[in-house]
Write a protein that binds this ligand. Structure first.
Ligand code: NAD
Length: 462
């Protein structure tokens, strides 16, 4: 079992883990490999239990549980195991005349004891993916899963001690009080996934000890689509990047669409047809659509829908069933840009489509808002692609698809500005928990009198 929140002694946990870290255990490559293999084993052996917990927590389908969570952890473990020797090897650098003769290298050293605080929407992968980075980099780590995914949180608290070395890897369950107690401790790294409001609490706590943070946040991810896009293909990719992502409860789910005037109606027709093709005439019967996580989020979403300015703008869906925490895939057209649905992160199955006269108008709107975690562009025009890349800032950008950049572990995954700081995935996860130590090494030879006093004008130029 994980540490019981009621008797949580955060100081003791950190002390114990710090002792283990100081013993050098977690630095050993053999230990890191063994823990990574054990995470792989845990994930593969307990696939059924993990799927069951994910279904309990958010009604996730087996397919989504595998592709969005289990498969993610399996690939991350495999990559880290394959690349670890390379990642940990000192990286030679060239040296300068000033330091001649010398050799230079960058040493990847672990930071120490790390805290990972994760969110409810992908509660398995958002918990273990950063932990893989922390372990690969040679740290001790405490994982605090989200209390809003209680089945997954308690499964992690049960499985981690069964598979992993608890002298260096712990799970602490709980919500705000437990996280607050953890945040009062001195950590060497805090990795937080969640909303920007709590991120400010995390960063304030980290500032007290000058602890570095990675903040994986969210925001409103726009989709820009111009008149040259293949609307059929675009609709499939947008629908799967919205409702196929935990019913829009994903940080990189499409949040709103900015469509060029000439194609907006046809795009909506294609989106409607695709929703029906994927989820049937009555999507409430589809087992491929996740449910809303809880009644608080259900009410938040229905309030966005019931907002006086948006209720007459629903052009598809809108049905809801509180008992089953179900909200239909819903499309809204031309809602006011000042309405809550356009100012707050939606994080659910509602998708506003706004029409714009030009790409310039779309860019003006996007750039007047906080920097998003992901920006999606559908176009066939090279100059439009170049313009949007050059004139917008976002954590990541994907052309002619949604969400898939997440699956390329050669790309850093993270936000910018309000959508976060730092990044992870692949080698970037290792780097997020690593200090790059500069090492310059010299022998006792190669003395150069010009560097020492007494200084003269001729020495200055040497
Ligand atoms: P959440 O409610 O699970 O909260 C996240 C974590 O913060 C939890 O572990 C929770 O216990 C902790 N927490 C809650 N209140 C706290 C407090 N007062 N003090 C300290 N800790 C506290 O998740 P959420 O914030 O609702 O997650 C949704 C948000 O996360 C969205 O904005 C989404 O876009 C973002 N998100 C980002 C990513 C990413 O990878 N960038 C992934 C998933 C979600």
């Amino acid at each position: 079992m994980g540490d019981n929140p009621e008797s949580l002694d955060a100081a003791r946990i950190v002390r114990e883990l710090r002792n283990t870290f100081r013993s050098g255990l977690t630095r050993s490559l053999a230990w890191r490999m063994m823990q990574l293999r054990s995470i792989l084993k845990l994930t593969q052996e307990r696939e059924g239990d993990i799927k069951e917990a994910l279904a309990k927590d958010g009604g996730k389908s087996s397919f989504e549980a595998y592709t969005g969570e289990i498969g993610v952890i399996i690939s991350s473990c495999r990559l880290a195991l394959k690349e670890l020797k390379k990642w940990t090897a000192p990286q030679k650098v060239s040296t300068t005349l000033t330091t001649f003769p010398s050799s230079g290298a960058i040493i990847s050293e672990p930071l120490g004891v790390a805290l990972v605080i994760s969110a409810w929407n992908y509660p398995f992968s958002l918990s273990l993916d950063p932990v893989i980075g922390a372990i690969a980099a040679g740290n001790a780590v405490v994982l605090k899963p989200s209390e809003l995914a209680p089945a997954t949180s308690s499964l992690l608290a049960e499985l981690v001690p069964l598979y992993l070395d608890t002298s260096a890897i712990r799970v602490v369950e709980g919500g705000a009080p437990e996280t607050t107690a953890l945040l009062e401790q001195k950590w060497d790294k805090i990795f937080y996934t969640g909303n920007p409001r709590i991120a400010r609490i995390v960063m304030t706590a980290a500032a007290k000890h000058l602890t570095p943070v990675t903040l994986e946040l969210g925001g409103k991810c726009p989709v820009i689509i111009d008149s040259t896009a293949d609307l059929k293909v675009a609709a499939k990719r947008i629908v799967s990047g919205k409702w196929g992502m935990h019913s829009g409860q994903a940080c990189i789910a499409a949040d709103y669409i900015l469509a060029e005037n000439s194609i907006a109606s046809s795009l909506i027709d294609n989106l409607r047809a695709t929703i029906q093709e994927f989820y049937g005439k009555d999507p409430s019967k589809s087992s491929d659509l996740s449910r809303i996580v809880n009644t608080r989020h259900f009410s938040r979403l229905t309030e966005l829908l019931d907002d006086i300015k948006t209720s007459d703008k629903i052009v598809h869906g809108g049905e809801r069933d509180e008992k089953r925490l179900y909200i239909a895939p819903t499309i809204l057209r031309d809602v006011s840009i000042d309405s809550p649905i356009m100012t707050e992160e939606i994080f659910g199955p509602l998708l506003p489509v706004l029409t714009v006269d030009s790409i310039d108008e779309a860019l003006e709107l996007v750039n007047s808002r906080p920097k998003p975690l992901a920006l999606y562009l559908f176009t066939n025009k090279k100059d439009v692609k170049e313009k949007v890349i050059a004139e917008t800032s976002s954590g990541g950008m994907l052309i002619n698809d949604c969400v898939l950049h997440f699956a390329n572990s050669s790309l850093p995954f993270g936000g910018v500005g309000e959508s976060g700081m730092g990044a992870y995935h692949g080698k970037f996860s290792f780097d997020a928990f690593t200090h790059k130590k500069a090492l310059l090494s010299r022998s006792f030879g190669g003395e150069n009198a010009a560097r020492y006093p007494p200084y003269t004008a001729s020495k200055e130029k040497l």
